[in-house]
Design a protein around this ligand. Structure first.
Ligand code: GLP
Length: 245
């Protein structure tokens, strides 16, 4: 795992955007895996600014998002589809037909998992997967205990994850209880992974990611076994793992 240490959230966002833009320029048909949450918001903002100034084209780029809440429509302001449209897709020249997220409102969630998994495979797989990390080590919505062999699946969110995401909602009882997420195996199949982390509340997770044992109880630890992972983390997120770099 390569670790790039940055000063703060802004520098993390700038570096991550530079990293991705370079990859998009090198391969106009790149298949990106995208993440949501607070962490990548600055990254997307920088990608939008770059698009406005430099016209980096996303016309041929395909994207697959990691996850989506169950029970929220695409128009719901807290759905990840809405989040992606608002923070990135509405401001760059991606083709709608090239944008993919799981449908958390599907009649059969099991069939939706199979469809989404197949779609990723049929496309040829993900070239570059962007990841954040949950305080309990979750990636996507793969909570502790998720089998490392998991494909796209429905998860029940832990209370701690619901708590961590509640600031996006008006009330705790509006925070969905379930989500569809790419599994650990789906994530590990990506050719390359870029994980972002900022702030002291991620320091334990980053320490375990870099120096802990590989265990299903800490899902992100599996990334130690992936051949091409880059972590861009700021000083606070790296504060417990400083000996690593
Ligand atoms: N499903 C998302 C993850 O993809 C994200 O990485 C994580 C961290 O979120 P944040 O970046 O807001 O700390 O939480 C959410 O639950």
């Amino acid at each position: 795992m390569e670790v790039i240490k940055v000063r703060d959230y802004n520098e993390m966002s700038e570096k991550a955007a530079e990293y991705i833009i370079e990859k998009v320029k090198a391969n106009s048909k790149i298949r990106l895996g995208l993440a949501t949450g607070g962490t990548p918001l600055g990254l997307y903002k920088n990608m939008v600014t770059d698009f406005q100034h430099n016209n980096t084209s996303y016309r041929r780029v395909t994207s697959f998002n990691l996850d989506e809440y169950v029970g929220l429509s695409e128009e719901h302001p807290n759905s990840y589809r809405y989040y992606m449209n608002k923070s990135l897709f509405n401001h760059i020249n991606t083709l709608k037909s090239n944008i993919h997220l799981p449908n958390g409102n599907a009649v059969s969630l099991q069939e939706e998992c199979i469809r989404y998994d197949q779609l990723i495979q049929d496309s040829g797989g993900i070239d570059l997967q962007i990841l954040g990390i949950g305080q309990n080590g979750h990636i996507g919505f793969n909570e502790p205990g998720t089998p490392f062999g998991s494909k796209v699946h429905v998860v029940r969110l832990t209370e701690s994850t619901r708590q961590a995401n509640k600031h996006f909602f008006n009330h705790m009882n509006e925070v969905p209880t379930h989500a569809i997420t790419m599994g650990i195996q789906s994530i590990m199949k990506s050719k390359e992974i870029l994980l972002l982390a900022s702030g002291g509340q991620k320091s334990v997770a980053i320490h375990k990611l870099l120096q802990g044992e590989v265990s299903q109880q800490f899902p992100a630890s599996i990334l130690q076994l992936h051949p091409n992972v880059t972590v861009i983390a700021d000083e606070e997120a790296l504060s417990l793992a400083l000996s690593y770099i």
